[in-house]
Write a protein that binds this ligand. Structure first.
Ligand SMILES: [Zn+2]
Ligand SMILES: [Zn+2]
Length: 263
């Protein structure tokens, strides 16, 4: 599987994009930045969005992806197919009630018509195994102030984990340790160590907290570890704190990264 990093930061500043990963060109994990990064042609290949939670930094470009597709769609262009948003039912309800509610943004689940809309919504339960072609995606509940799932990705005999936004958590590590060939973990690392209290109350990790979490991973040392959701304004400070943890095969993600996960 191929994971293209569109955005990997927990704040938006000039040159720093919000959370969004494009898997195999057609599946988005979170939608913080696709329309800032992808061409219209690349956007049109997206068929599915797996949404971890409804914080604005993970949903904002759902609005613009749908809008960018609407002119094609309204002219009955058969090439312009729909996007299905997959998430916990609570999160889909939040999108409907507070975002795509015809006040903040048009309800693209009814445009051009309800039976043939640009956006569809499909709920999942935690630990359902969902498939897109031969890619398996399993949502796993993590700790955040709103309902939130990380995702296990499995394709071609290799697995990767995206924790999504999380504080200290357990279940995702239990599932990680059950995988036969876990190759990569993308883990929250949002705030510097001196903001531990803020990290705890907002459901995020510091370098120290991230290092504690990784102790729950049985084969740490064999798995590539990638950090995401760093606050861009404290990136340099966080980089030295991360280095001090001395964890093998670990680095901060950057926006030009394309991870190839193979058996
Ligand atoms: Zn969040
Ligand atoms: Zn976030």
């Amino acid at each position: 599987m191929k994971i293209r990093v569109l955005g990997c930061y927990g704040g938006q500043l000039l040159g720093f994009h919000l959370t969004s990963f494009l898997v195999n060109d057609t599946v988005l994990l979170d939608a913080g930045s696709p329309t800032e990064v992808l061409t219209l042609e690349e956007q049109s290949q997206i068929k599915h969005i797996f949404l971890s939670h409804t914080h604005l930094d993970h949903i904002k470009d759902i609005a613009f992806l749908a809008d960018n597709r609407s002119l094609k769609r309204l002219s009955n262009d058969k090439e312009a197919c729909a996007i299905t948003i997959h998430s916990l039912q609570d999160n889909l309800d939040t999108l409907s009630n507070h975002f795509l509610n015809n006040i903040v943004w048009p309800d693209f689940t009814k445009i051009p018509t309800a039976s043939d809309a640009i956006l569809n919504m499909q709920s999942f339960e935690a630990e359902d195994v969902l498939t897109v072609g031969d890619l398996e995606i399993t949502p796993i509940e993590v700790e955040h102030p709103v309902p939130c799932t990380g995702f296990l990705l499995n394709q071609g005999g290799a697995q990767a984990i995206f924790t999504a936004d999380t504080g200290h958590t357990d279940r995702i590590w239990e599932i990680a340790n059950q995988q036969p060939n876990l190759k990569a973990v993308i883990i929250d690392c949002s705030f510097p160590n001196n903001r531990e209290h803020l990290a705890n109350i907002s459901g995020h990790l510091t370098p120290k907290g991230m290092a504690q979490e990784l102790k729950k991973l049985d084969n740490l040392g064999e798995v590539s570890i990638y950090l995401y959701h760093m606050k861009p304004e404290v990136l340099t400070e966080m980089a030295s704190e991360v280095e001090a943890e001395n964890i093998p095969h670990l680095r901060m993600l950057t926006q030009v990264d394309e991870l190839v996960i193979e058996a």
